[in-house]
Design a protein around this ligand. Structure first.
Ligand SMILES: Nc1ncnc2c1ncn2[C@@H]1O[C@H](COP(=O)(O)OP(=O)(O)OP(=O)(O)O)[C@@H](O)[C@H]1O
Ligand SMILES: [Mg+2]
Length: 262
């Protein structure tokens, strides 16, 4: 197994993370690093533990052992509602938009952590001042516009095709101006034609931001990632550049195993 060496310039490091859920060892000593200013991929067959890694980083799942270091500081109790203030944003494997809010309101909600009143206090009807709300609205519209969907601002998620909903979720994740973007399968449901656009969009965020990308579309992964970590059954089985990973026998075996099981 080849594992990329550690580097002092890393934004995020997971060291020997172990997680058991319902008695099953889901992550079994996962060590990965996410360098600053790069697109880092996290790939592996279904059930490998990729989303669980995101859940640990974002405080939805507490590891049994091992550490998470962000910007050189060990994070002891990760609270999901502190993520935006730490500069970490995440998109979910599905879409995760609020069904009763318009696309614009969903994106505005992504920027609400910078308001004094914080995130979704009671409902969307929060004690925001008109000035704050107007500023958020302008920023959210600009975020939708950068993703080419400003004309969909007033629609509810249920009125939008799935790939557009995914874009709304991306716009929402960008609202807090994150240093680190955790993207869980952003290409799910995206047509082959839109894949190139998604690639250049992701590349446009670095080096200002750092990206950790979970994705099954190998074409996209190989095109956008600088560094890739490969998980299988809760363990890192390989890491390196796209070319190194593509030709790694352990990676080929893991994916062949998946096809055999399907
Ligand atoms: N709360 C839970 N309790 C028990 N098992 C769980 C729980 N959450 C996830 N798992 C199991 O952990 C394993 C890893 O799940 P995870 O969602 O992290 O995989 P993944 O790599 O993201 O897969 P996919 O590519 O299908 O999204 C799977 O076998 C899953 O069934
Ligand atoms: Mg997953």
């Amino acid at each position: 197994m080849r594992v990329a060496e550690t580097n002092a310039g890393d934004l995020l490091e997971l060291d020997d993370i172990k997680v058991k859920l319902s008695g099953l060892q889901i992550l079994d000593g996962v060590t990965i690093r996410v360098p600053r200013g790069l697109v880092t991929g996290l790939i592996g067959p279904n059930g490998a533990g990729k989303t669980t890694v995101f859940n640990v980083i974002s405080g939805f799942v507490k590891q049994d052992s091992g550490s998470v270091t962000y910007e050189g500081r060990k994070l002891r109790h990760i609270k999901s509602h502190h993520l935006a203030k730490m500069g970490i944003s995440r998109t979910l494997q599905g879409v995760g938009l609020f069904a009763s809010l318009t696309a614009l309101e969903n994106v505005m909600q992504g920027g609400s952590s910078r308001l004094r009143s914080g995130i979704l206090s009671e409902s969307f009807a929060m004690p925001w001042t008109d000035v704050e709300q107007e500023r958020l609205r302008v920023d959210a519209l600009a975020a939708l516009d950068r993703l080419g969907i400003a004309d969909q601002a007033e629609r509810l998620p249920s009125e939008l095709p799935y790939p557009i909903q995914k874009r709304v979720a991306l716009a929402r994740a960008l609202m807090p101006n994150p240093k680190l973007l955790l993207l869980d399968e952003p290409a799910g449901g995206v047509s082959a034609g839109d894949m190139a656009e998604l690639s250049s969009l992701i590349r446009s965020w670095v080096p200002e931001r750092s990206v950790l990308l979970v994705e099954h579309h190998m074409e996209l992964v190989m095109a956008v990632c600088d560094l890739i970590w490969v998980l299988d059954a809760g363990k890192v089985i390989a890491s390196g550049t796209p070319d190194e990973v593509r030709n790694d026998p352990a990676v080929l075996a893991a994916y062949l195993g998946e096809e055999g099981a399907a």
